[in-house]
Design a protein around this ligand. Structure first.
Ligand SMILES: Cc1cc2nc3c(=O)[nH]c(=O)nc-3n(C[C@H](O)[C@H](O)[C@H](O)COP(=O)(O)OP(=O)(O)OC[C@H]3O[C@@H](n4cnc5c(N)ncnc54)[C@H](O)[C@@H]3O)c2cc1C
Length: 486
């Protein structure tokens, strides 16, 4: 391949003449100390903070006019209430995300249980709790598990055997990447009811896919890290307010205070790449990124913290066709549906609960979580993971279906008046941890010498979570620093 400049379709290869702003960078244009970050989700924010700590100057480009990416909130035009795109939950083992909150100075805006307790209802109202006792790990869940009403005694004995097997299985064994967690569970004696009412209850909301779809490696990761690693690893938490106030806004303030240049509301339209064969598997470098406004941003290094599908669209075809990038293109998305219902009176007392045999899956009482956002009445958020059966249906069908389910599960909901229903569909909510997906996730270093990858879909060992996003941003920033030292 000769020395040539290429750009993604629709992008310009020469800077446009825009009065006052022909070329942008955070320090001297093109200076090697400049790092340009594409995407202002949690991964981009984490990368920016790490690079600022390392003394680099940072320019961050984000297509929307706020930070936070897939963890965002918006004002409902019907009610004026701030709603999250989807209820976001953390667990005690999300150590890097919790440290990230500390760093943003917003740890107190997030609640984290001191001891795990998940109320689990069946559709006919029978309640059982999965809760941590004072016993040491991994026995801490045992008392609540023995009393758990959604499994028979023989299911429980087999589930205990499955837990013991899960604890002592090396999830990094190569063959576990190629089979589903369901196959692993069946192979380890798990009956269908234990799979549905216990294993899937934990796996589906965390991996946003059914146990029948995800790899055994990732299913085991969830069980080992979230349930068995320590007494506090599964403690549940969430933002006490809306996500924008709990991540995006504080991050914007902090990055601005620390001198980062934020280009918000301006989408990257293409990467301008200079192709030239180099040693070590590298085949060129990024010269600049072209923005929708016509700006051309140059820099020493570029960190893409974009979703994989967005990144692939921005690469010039010659680059997108490299095996490194075509492999990434085989990753897939899984959808999440959130239904926000505003009632005229309280319909549930608990802050949240899970349901084993209902499409409601998880229901969150936003009054208990975020104060009363409605000014009277109650706002509940129904969170449906792996929402394949619902994502294509219109709001007019979804709203009555979920209201009927609420009335079946919560008698008070059947008597209350519904003031508003807002349905939020996120088709590209999380990348799928299907068998083999682990091998498609790249490390931060790419064949372009100064392009680094972040984003929760990169190779972090974590599923599509805020924890994974923070880790990916840190990994990419450290790869930039390592490269600069060479
Ligand atoms: C409904 C829902 C519920 C979820 N629930 C949970 C949960 O309970 N717990 C949990 O840990 N995780 C949850 N997640 C997943 C979590 O939100 C994501 O894994 C995480 O936010 C991903 O962060 P990221 O920075 O890697 O990517 P993103 O947040 O996708 O950030 C990428 C950024 O790039 C920007 N961008 C895209 N294209 C361009 C362009 N051309 N130019 C410039 N900018 C661009 C986007 O606007 C975005 O801000 C949920 C996700 C959804 C959608």
């Amino acid at each position: 391949m000769g020395n040539q400049h290429v750009a993604a379709a629709g992008a310009r290869t020469t800077p446009p003449a825009i009065a006052g702003c022909p070329e942008m960078s955070s320090a001297a244009p093109g200076s090697a100390s400049d790092v340009v970050i594409l995407g202002g989700g949690i991964a981009g924010i984490a990368a920016a903070l790490e690079l600022l700590d390392a003394g680099r100057s940072v320019t961050l480009v984000e297509s929307r006019n706020f930070l936070g990416g897939r963890a965002f909130s918006f004002t409902d035009t019907n009610t004026g209430v701030a709603l999250d795109n989807g209820q976001h939950v953390i667990v005690g083992c999300c150590a890097e995300f919790i440290a990230f909150l500390d760093r943003l100075g917003v740890r107190d805006r997030w609640f984290l249980q001191e001891r795990l307790r998940i109320p689990v209802f069946s559709r006919n109202g029978k309640r059982g709790d999965l809760a941590a006792s004072r016993l040491p790990s991994p026995l801490h869940l045992l008392p609540s598990f023995l009393a758990y009403p959604h499994l028979s005694l023989s299911d429980k004995l087999r589930a205990l055997w499955g837990m013991a097997r899960a604890r002592f299985t090396n999830r990094d064994a190569l063959e576990l990447e190629d089979v589903t967690f369901y196959q692993w569970l069946r192979g380890n004696g798990q009956p269908e009811r234990a799979i549905n009412n216990l294993w899937n209850l934990v796996v589906e909301p965390t991996l946003n896919d059914n146990v029948r779809e995800v790899s055994a490696a990732m299913g085991l990761m969830i069980v080992q890290e979230g349930m068995l690693s320590s007494v506090s690893s599964g403690n549940l938490g969430y933002a006490r307010g809306d996500l924008l106030a709990s991540i995006g806004e504080p991050a914007r303030r902090m990055l601005e205070e620390r001198g980062a240049t934020l280009l918000l509301g301006d989408a990257v339209r293409g990467l301008e790449v200079s192709l030239e064969p180099k040693g070590g598997g590298e085949c060129g470098s990024v010269a600049a990124v072209e923005l929708a406004s016509g700006r051309r941003v140059v820099g020493g290094e570029f960190v893409s913290a974009l979703p994989f599908s967005a990144l692939l669209r921005l690469l010039p075809p010659e680059v997108a066709g490299l095996e490194f990038f075509t492999r990434i293109g085989r990753l897939e998305w899984s959808p999440i549906l959130n239904v926000h219902v505003q009632y005229d009176r309280p319909v549930m007392d608990l802050p949240f609960c899970a349901l084993v045999d209902s499409p409601l899956q998880w229901v969150f009482n936003r009054n208990a979580i975020a104060g009363d956002p409605t000014g009277g009445g109650q706002l509940v958020t129904i969170s449906v993971s792996a929402a394949w059966d619902f994502i294509g249906l219109p709001r007019e069908e979804l709203a009555p279906m979920f209201l009927a389910e609420m009335a079946a599960a919560f008698p008070a909901a059947g008597e209350a008046s519904v003031l508003n229903v807002t349905v939020v569909k996120q088709r590209e909510a999380t990348f799928r941890c299907l068998p083999g997906a682990g091998r498609l996730r790249p490390d931060p270093v790419t064949p372009l010498s100064n392009l680094f990858l972040a984003g929760e879909w990169t190779n972090t060992g974590w599923p599509s979570t805020m924890e994974g996003a923070v880790r990916s941003g840190q990994q990419a920033a450290r790869a930039v620093s390592r490269k600069s030292r060479l």
